[in-house]
Design a protein around this ligand. Structure first.
Ligand code: SF4
Length: 71
């Protein structure tokens, strides 16, 4: 099972909290371009959740690929 990760880059203000919380998943490609793994493994799930919680503009959404969306 994997986690599907989506970052709304229009919303992202490059604060970098996600990079700090999950450095193996998020990184800055240049000063202003955030890169991230679209399907990070379960071993970094905790980090990804921390990154999503830490983002000041709630730009990070994550889902289990096999889970139904909550109604
Ligand atoms: S914490 Fe949020 S605003 Fe900051 S770089 Fe990550 S996604 Fe962008």
């Amino acid at each position: 099972m994997s986690t599907r990760l989506v970052v709304d880059l229009n919303r992202c203000q490059n604060y970098g909290q996600c990079v700090y919380a999950a450095p193996t998943v998020f990184r800055f490609h240049s000063e202003e371009t955030l890169e991230y793994d679209y399907e990070p493994g379960d071993h970094v799930r905790d980090q990804v959740e921390r990154a999503a919680a830490a983002c000041p503009v709630q730009a990070i959404a994550l889902d289990r690929a096999t889970e139904e969306l909550p109604r």
